[in-house]
Design a binder for this molecule. Structure first.
Ligand code: NAD
Length: 488
């Protein structure tokens, strides 16, 4: 059993009352690490460290270009530590080493990108109608930002918040998931090594309803950026509302992946696999509803089941493993329960649907057919390797089914017909739409949800505004103030 610590200021700390949360490796089902179970007092200490760092000349006195240079330096350090960081994530959440390593190798690009943006946050001189006034705007940091993240891609999803928040000059307190915090405790120390002043990046570990809620409720926190489930997202939004704090919410989805009658079935099968079996379906953008034209349904399901029958299940650390366990025992039980619910509602099992008789939280990749969009399996986020296949007869019906969901995170369309692709991209209610592709994201492209999939966007240039506030300045260049009783 290994112990890992929080980072508050420059101090590695245990919880103030000495309690711990144990992390279980989902492949071995054995406890392997402990992280501090932070209290409200620990949350307060982290916010205080971040608040002090915010105005300390070591941080507040840096030029924007110097902030950018620090971000680029930490990007280099992440690249040097990518292998070790990815292995810690695999031990915690059971996702494939191949995927986590790729994420770690990609992570530095976010810090280079936002490092480059730091000194391009420009205000404007406004040629206003107010004669005799020199009028301009400046964009200033918000203050202390709290970043709360889930267990599926801990460092990547934190980076989507951290890199722009730091580029904008804020300080940050990170609260990673209680199920996968270890990589974050190691990662945070790279910021000190890169030369960020103590207190600019802090990490508090533990439960959402304990230290997470204390952070959101803290009066000195200016903004909360949250990625996670619907329930947690609503709780955070409600608590932030009491303080009128801005929030960014990246929540779940029930994303449609649509296979048109003219689709290249071989490619669409790969798209379905990357949509819901990659990452064992534990991805917010999972293409968990597969809408297929009725004329191609049998062919598609046969090709898909043949493809996944070849997939290698096993040790997520091995380079050739394609499907690993799900992250926790609760998640494993939840996924299996959805298969029973679907069958009781009339779905058919075309493939999988059972637990594997082996150590580890392994669920067979599962394909359900005869699903209709009103079944629970088509409406609720499962967050596991379960695909619901829904047949449609024409594009209008496909679009109607696709949009008939409270969510709107992502959607995929498979077609060789460009005008048809445009009709779909404009009609689909989703924050990201892929055509002949699935599960592609970039630090340069905004990501976020329509409808109940979230509020705000992450990634891309414009979203740095989510971490800034605009100040308008009027300077009277004249010598007299006109009638003081009238708004000018
Ligand atoms: P979760 O909501 O249970 O937890 C997410 C984080 O929020 C954790 O750190 C947790 O401790 C914290 N938290 C929970 N309740 C809180 C509260 N009341 N106050 C403060 N913090 C609180 O989610 P999870 O199970 O870890 O992750 C899975 C969910 O995340 C899925 O719904 C998935 O779709 C979503 N997700 C979304 C995206 C996206 O970008 N849209 C990406 C990945 C995951």
């Amino acid at each position: 059993m290994r112990d890992f610590y929080m980072l508050i200021g420059e101090e590695e700390r245990q919880a103030s009352d000495g309690r711990w949360v144990v992390s279980v490796n989902p492949y071995t089902e054995k406890s392997w690490a402990r992280i501090p179970r932070a209290t409200a007092q620990d949350a307060d200490a982290a916010v205080t460290a971040a608040k002090e760092a915010l105005v300390h000349p070591e941080w507040a006195g840096l030029s924007a270009s110097e902030r950018g240079a620090l971000l680029r330096r930490v990007g280099d350090l992440i690249a040097e530590n990518a292998e070790a960081l990815s292995e810690l994530e695999v031990l915690d959440n059971g996702k494939l080493k191949a995927e986590m390593l790729q994420q770690m190798n990609y992570l530095p690009q976010h810090y280079y990108y936002y490092g480059g943006l730091a000194d391009k946050i420009e205000g404007a001189v406004i040629p206003s109608d107010k004669k005799g006034m020199f009028t301009h705007t400046v964009h200033e940091p918000l203050g202390v930002v709290v970043a709360i993240t889930p267990w599926n891609s801990p460092l990547l999803l934190t980076t989507w918040k951290l890199a722009p928040a730091l580029a904008a000059g804020n300080t940050v307190v990170i609260k990673p998931s209680e199920h996968a915090s270890v990589s974050m405790t190691v990662f945070a120390k790279l910021f000190l090594e890169a030369g960020f002043p103590p207190g600019v990046v802090n990490v508090v570990t533990g439960y959402g309803h304990e230290c997470g809620a204390a952070l959101v409720d803290h009066p000195d926190v200016a903004k909360v950026a949250f990625t996670g489930g619907d329930q947690g997202g609503r709780a955070v939004y409600r608590a932030a509302a009491d303080h009128l704090k801005p929030v960014t919410l990246e929540l779940g989805g029930k994303s449609p992946n649509i296979v048109c009658e003219d689709a290249d079935i071989e490619q669409a099968v790969k798209g379905a696999v990357s949509g819901v079996f990659a990452a064992t379906g534990q991805t917010c953008m999972a293409g968990s509803r597969l809408l297929v034209h009725r004329s191609r349904e049998a062919e598609f399901v046969a090709a898909l089941t043949e493809f996944i029958a070849q997939a290698k299940l096993g040790d997520p650390m091995q380079a050739d493993t394609q499907i690993g366990p799900v992250a926790t025992k609760d998640q494993y039980e939840k996924v299996l329960s959805y298969v029973d619910i679907a069958l009781s509602e009339g779905a058919h099992r075309a493939y999988g649907g059972k637990a594997l008789e082996r150590t580890g939280y392994f669920v067979e990749p599962t394909v359900l057919t005869n699903v209709t969009n009103d079944m629970r399996v088509a409406r609720e986020e499962i967050f596991g390797p379960v695909l619901s296949v829904i047949a449609f007869d024409d594009d209008e019906e496909a679009i109607a089914i696709a949009n008939d969901t409270p969510y709107g995170l992502a959607a995929g369309v498979w077609t060789k017909d460009l005008p048809r692709a445009f009709r779909y991209t404009s009609a689909l209610q989703a924050g990201t739409v892929w055509v002949n592709a699935y599960r592609v994201v970039s630090y340069a492209v905004p990501f976020g949800g329509f409808k109940k999939s979230g509020i705000g966007r992450e990634n891309g240039q414009e979203m740095i505004r989510e971490y800034l506030q605009t100040k308008s300045v009027f300077i009277n260049l004249g010598s007299s103030v006109p009638d003081p009783f009238v708004l000018r």
